[in-house]
Design a protein around this ligand. Structure first.
Ligand code: ADP
Ligand code: ZN
Length: 637
């Protein structure tokens, strides 16, 4: 014990001596580091408080949504405190991105994991001993391997950061047994601050993290879990494939994720997208490991790739410019939905969470739960989770309010950025359409699902209609007052109200339910009011529901493309993802503000000193060339 503290004193003494080029030579304020290294003008949300707390030597648990800016919460203290910061991170791809990003910003960072050659490893340790690294990223396996702890103990350490800290929780969804052993950090390094970070807000997980990492004394920083830049758009399931293609049409060229429930569906949708000209790749656990990593790599490095995936595709996706997450099947739970959609828009730019859902999904999911081998208690929990999810899909008030309430947050006002807020349903007297729908069910012999019934009502000319001679029916083509989406919604509501019943054994064929209103309705003795969505054409005309654009004039849009081409080339030469060079957000700002000098460029978010030195002149040249070209093209008019 005495020897150890003697050691610390001694290390404290030498680490205070500024050696040129060593860690100790960088005394700086958090504000300075934020501006000069990372190129940002202001802290976001609780960042400043967290940074100051850790710089002062405090430990902390930080709960912040994806894209909230957790990394800076430990990266800035790492640069303000004496010694090297050790970051524990569960995924190699994540570490590599972080290290590459830091190096671009001029920070001395390295990683130690199973993917490093022995030469790289030896070199990293040499630099650590020489005090030449600001941050070192370690996999938990590497931290716990052989003599790593002892070797770390011989260094001057600024802090420990434990990223994705929910991996320590057995209750959570990403449990990693190695994380349990991280309690060794508190025991072995009681004087080094520990900061644990996660995007999982669940109170039970939170308590487990605190206990396991011995953070009971540390402060807890809980940021709002709202992701205001994500627009939630839910749609009634009609023809999923067609709906998905229609949705994607507005987002050609954007990076996105499409989640489907099964491997077969993933492969099917992926083929559909490829056939429609999308750069789509499939990702699921049934694929060969090499195929999977190639897909992941394509997604990370290129922009405009759409990954069609099962939930196997998830953790470690820290690509900032994912513009949409689409669900063609219901997720497992509302928590899972939040996590999955949270992968969109980490850069803070507008992003979409789009999902189709239908009444037919629910009985199937219920059966999955009932037929599983789980304990009765567990089944109840699963049913409860499903109910919360259905409550979300069927909400008639703001989606975001429902979602946040589920995460334990109260949002006072509707958000204005979800389908419910943007496309208010209208309650109408639906008696006549309902009678038409019921007769269509009856006249076709209660043997068909909603899709076919809607075709009949709209008078569509399909192979099935011809096959069954349904164009002869009195109900054929009598429903033109509603559009397809409205009819689908109407049928769904009739099912959820019990007026119709879906036969899950027979391809969801609709038949009459037990409801006592049925007879009076058919006789015309009673009325029914339903909320129907506005017709599609009006929906598209609403300004709020336009496809996401970055709000640039057409000429500027071209300049942005030129900058992105230039960025892709820079990234390719260095073998890093494009967003490591500059984020979309930075390029958009560059085009919008059109800086004419390096000083002006430096004022743009995301342009720190190192990037300014490295890319500034070239970037300004591409920018000017782009604008001049645009002007020349316009001259002849
Ligand atoms: P998280 O790890 O919480 O998901 P990140 O640390 O990756 O989030 O940060 C998300 C994005 O926000 C990154 O592009 C990051 O550069 C940016 N960012 C973080 N803090 C700030 C800030 N104070 N000002 C501007 N951008 C920021
Ligand atoms: Zn809303």
């Amino acid at each position: 014990m005495g020897a150890a503290s003697g050691d610390e004193v001694w290390q404290g003494l030498i680490s205070d001596i500024p050696i040129p080029g060593s860690v100790a030579a960088r005394p700086a304020s958090p504000q300075q580091v934020l501006a000069e290294i990372f190129g940002y003008g202001a802290f976001r949300g609780p960042q400043q408080e967290i940074v100051e707390h850790v710089v002062a030597g405090g430990s902390a648990l930080v709960l912040m949504p994806t894209g909230g800016g957790k990394s800076l919460c430990y990266q800035i203290p790492a640069l303000c405190r004496t010694g090297t910061a050790v970051v524990i991170s569960p995924l190699i791809a994540l570490m590599q991105d972080q290290v590459e990003g830091l190096r671009q910003a001029g920070v001395r960072a390295a990683s130690l994991h199973s993917g490093c050659s022995s030469e790289e490893t030896a070199n990293t340790w040499r630099m650590l001993r020489a005090g030449q690294l600001d941050l070192v990223y370690l996999s938990p396996e590497r931290l716990l391997a052989r003599d790593t702890i002892e070797r770390l103990a011989a260094l001057s350490l600024a802090l420990f950061a434990i990223d994705e800290a929910h991996c320590v929780s057995q209750w959570g969804h990403d449990f990693r047994p190695e994380y349990l052993q991280l309690s060794v950090l508190a025991q072995r390094f009681p004087a080094v601050p520990r900061i644990a970070l996660t995007a999982t807000a669940d109170p039970r997980t939170r308590d487990e993290i605190r206990a396991r990492l011995q953070l009971e004394q540390g402060r807890v920083f809980l940021a709002s879990f709202d992701r205001p830049n994500i627009r939630y758009l839910l749609r009634e399931k009609d023809d999923t494939r067609r709906q998905l293609l229609e949705f994607l049409e507005d987002h050609r060229g954007a990076s996105g994720i499409v989640y489907a429930r099964s491997r077969r569906r993933v492969d099917g949708f992926c083929r559909d997208l490829q056939a429609a000209g999308y750069d789509a790749v499939a990702y699921h656990a049934g694929l060969d490991g090499a195929v999977r990593s190639a897909a992941l790599e394509r997604f990370r490095r290129d922009s405009g790739v759409v990954v069609v995936a099962t939930i196997a595709f998830g953790m470690g996706i820290d690509k900032p410019d994912v513009r949409f997450v689409a669900h063609v099947d219901l997720p497992k739970s509302l928590e899972a939905y939040y996590q999955e959609t949270g992968r969109a828009g980490r850069d803070g730019l507008p992003a979409l969470a789009w999902m189709v859902h239908g009444a037919n999904d629910v009985p199937q999911l219920r059966r999955f739960i009932d037929d599983s081998d789980a304990e009765q208690q567990q089944k109840l929990v699963e049913h409860g989770k499903l109910n919360a999810l259905i409550g979300f899909t069927e909400a008639s008030c703001c989606r975001r309010q429902v979602l946040l309430r589920h995460l334990g947050e109260v949002m006072a006002k509707p958000c204005g950025n979800c389908d419910i807020c943007l496309e208010p349903d209208t309650a109408v007297d639906a008696t006549e359409p309902v009678r038409k729908a019921l007769s269509a069910v009856f006249r076709t012999g209660s043997r068909f699902g909603a899709a076919h019934l809607v075709d009949v009502l709209l008078g569509a000319d399909t192979a099935r209609i011809r096959e069954f001679g349904h164009q002869q029916l009195s109900v054929y083509g009598i429903g033109k007052e509603l559009d397809r989406g409205q009819w689908r919604s109407l049928f769904r509501q009739l099912v959820s109200q019990g007026l119709l019943q879906a036969d899950s054994e027979r391809y969801a064929a609709l038949g009459f339910g037990e409801d006592t209103r049925l007879k009076p309705l058919l006789r015309g003795d009673t009325q029914i009011v339903l909320r129907l969505p506005p017709v599609k054409r009006e929906r598209l005309r609403q300004p709020g529901v336009r496809p996401i654009s970055l709000e640039l004039a057409p000429a500027a849009e071209l300049v942005l493309l030129a900058l992105k081409d230039w960025r892709r080339e820079q990234a390719r030469q260095q073998g890093v993802p494009p967003y490591v060079v500059f984020h979309d957000r930075t390029l958009v700002e560059v085009v919008g503000r059109r800086p004419r000098s390096l000083e002006e460029l430096a004022r743009i978010g995301g342009v720190g000193q190192s990037k300014l030195d490295r890319y500034g002149i070239a970037l300004l040249a591409v920018l000017e060339a782009g604008f001049n070209l645009g002007i020349d093209e316009r001259k002849p008019e």
